[in-house]
Design a binder for this molecule. Structure first.
Ligand code: APR
Ligand code: PHB
Length: 401
């Protein structure tokens, strides 16, 4: 079956769904093609920190009801080392900005509901998805759905299919440059039925390695600690996980996470990855398909949101009056933000983790780094303004909001 749309979107993660809704608000047609099931996409446990700008964007798009109602607004965070927690007042240092803890799966659920209300197509469980024809005026997404082969002809294709998707690999090698850094550790993460014992996140540097206290709701704690890169989750019993969490996180004043039943656990590798340019002919990459950050700065979802805001503006101007200036500028405008977020995520990661090849000099240097960070208003301001999110590249109005 042959169909036509203005923008064919591959992938129904945050990038694809946000883009689809931004286009809808501008009266631009799109079809979203996703290879997994609706349940799989919603249930995937991912990070959960939204920058101020991401919350503002969702609110301006009319999809902010869930985040306003159930999101946990945090105006500060803690950096913990040598048994002591130090608070960084994000709101005071950034003129009132904050972050909101709201699971990525909630974001995705809200956006899928919003898509359904628009009546525009969102196809789950598409098989054999492929893309091509980027240099023609009508690139195509081919797939099988409901037992029927489909060819979707588009004016543009948005590759929002994440790191393991098919869009980036469809760009001829030689047209793409990849910049990558692997880290010599991974995160073991758990979700536990336990009331959070702190109202704000706690990033811990400990002799035994990094640990992070986070949450999902008033009854659900989310915790992580650093493990070797090839660690198998099977080697960690629940008791051993709790013992390690408590060892690393308990502070001298007696603060520690509340222990509860572990309902999900997994090991996530860490990498920094950037593919440039984020455009090849009529294919535009957005979100994880073009870049991955280590989770320490909590930037992944937020970068996806800022990419698609720029892309929406570019597509709006093209479909409104045929202007291609912002389509042409898309790779360069996004790359500047991506690299700043890469730098921040790399810095947070390097500052808070223990590296296998480090010596006593490195240990003392890292402690001095943290001592400086938590004692200097200038250093805290630098962290705060990046953590809550740097200003958007384009205004909401210019993207039709
Ligand atoms: N065809 C169709 N869909 C695909 C294909 C394919 N061949 N391959 C992957 N997908 C889908 C995935 O199933 C997923 O739903 O593309 C979607 C990509 O979503 P994400 O991986 O969530 O990526 P993105 O939307 O860019 O969001 C970035 O996700 O990985 C997290 O931490 C990251 O928060 C960040 C956010
Ligand atoms: C999370 O809550 O999952 C989370 C929070 C902060 C991070 C990473 C993950 O830096």
């Amino acid at each position: 079956m042959i169909h036509r749309t203005q923008v064919g979107i591959v992938g129904a993660g945050p990038a694809g769904l946000l883009l689809g809704h931004l286009l809808h608000l501008n009266g631009i047609d799109s079809v979203i093609v996703e290879d997994r099931s609706r349940e799989h996409v919603i249930d995937r446990v991912r990070a959960g920190v939204l920058e101020q700008g991401t919350v503002d964007l969702m609110t301006a798009m009319g999809v902010g009801r869930g985040v306003q109602h159930s999101g946990l607004r945090h105006e500060g965070l803690y950096i913990s080392f040598l048994g002591q927690r130090h608070r960084i007042n994000l709101a005071e240092l950034t003129g009132g900005k904050a972050i909101t803890v709201y699971g990525q799966n909630e974001v995705v659920r809200d956006l899928i509901e919003a898509r359904a209300e628009t009546g525009r197509p969102l196809l789950f469980e598409a098989e054999h998805v492929s893309v091509g024809g980027f240099d023609s005026s009508s690139p195509e997404i081919r797939f099988r759905h409901g037992g029927v082969d489909h060819a979707l002809q588009c004016d543009f294709i948005a590759g929002c299919d994440g790191f393991h998707g098919i869009c980036r690999p469809s760009i001829p090698s030689g047209s793409l440059t990849v910049h990558e850094r692997q880290y010599p550790f991974a995160w073991l993460g758990i979700l536990a039925e336990a009331a959070p014992s702190s109202d704000e996140l706690v990033y811990t540097y400990h002799e035994r390695g990094f640990a992070l206290f986070s949450m999902r709701s008033p009854s659900m704690t989310r915790l992580y600690f650093q493990v070797p890169p090839d660690e198998s989750i099977e080697t960690w019993s629940d008791d051993a996980i709790w013992s390690e969490m408590l060892e690393r996180m308990t502070t001298r004043d007696g603060w520690r996470p509340t222990v509860g039943r572990i309902i999900q656990k997994a090991v996530t590798p860490m990498r920094s990855f950037v593919a440039t340019p984020m455009r090849h002919g009529r294919l535009f990459l957005a979100g994880d398909s073009a870049h991955i950050v280590p989770p320490t700065g909590a930037k992944g979802l937020n970068l996806a949101a800022s990419d698609v805001l720029v892309l929406a503006r570019a597509l709006k101007e093209y479909f409104t009056d045929g202007r291609t200036e912002w389509l042409d500028r898309y790779p360069e405008v996004c790359a500047r933000r991506v690299w700043k977020a890469q730098r921040f995520s790399w810095w947070m990661t390097s500052t808070l983790h223990r590296f296998p090849d480090e010596n006593a000099f490195d240990y003392h240097r890292q402690i001095a780094d943290l001592d400086y960070l938590t004692g200097s208003r200038a250093a805290m301001t630098s962290l705060a303004e990046q953590y809550v999110g740097l200003p958007a590249e384009v205004s909401f109005e210019s993207a039709g909001l």
